[in-house]
Ligand binder design. Structure first.
Ligand code: AMP
Length: 110
């Protein structure tokens, strides 16, 4: 299978601004931010979509939520949005599972 753009970033083949990393995930700044803070939490395991998660890999999703908490504390954020686009019909463009971590909106009612 061809490497995803996110695996290529993890392998150092493409540059990215890394905010956090550990043995299970890497967190980078989105190249085309949709909010003042727009990070991507990406598991190292290249699972294509949320619908492909099974068995022990559900623990990765729990870890992603723990990392989101850590990021909010590190960046001193009062709130954030955690979004997964699943499948082409769900707006997913990169088929290596990832969660968008968005924060810093001026007007949350907008
Ligand atoms: P999605 O539509 O959920 O698959 O989101 C893919 C995201 O990856 C988009 O928000 C893109 O802006 C972002 N993206 C694509 N290429 C890069 C890159 N080289 N570095 C950082 N973010 C990227």
């Amino acid at each position: 299978m061809e490497k995803s753009i996110f695996t290529r970033i993890m392998d150092g083949e493409i540059p990215a601004k890394v905010e956090y990393e550990d043995e299970q995930v890497i967190v980078i700044h989105d190249i085309s931010p949709k909010a003042p803070v727009h990070l991507l939490i990406i598991p190292r395991k290249p699972i294509p979509t949320l619908m492909d998660v099974e068995g022990d890999d559900f623990a990765i999703l729990a870890h992603i939520h723990a990392v989101a908490q850590k990021l909010a504390q590190k960046l001193e954020l009062k709130g954030f949005r955690l979004i997964n686009n699943c499948g082409k019909e769900g707006g997913q463009e990169v088929f290596h599972i990832h969660y968008h971590f968005l924060a810093g909106f001026q007007d949350e009612s907008a």
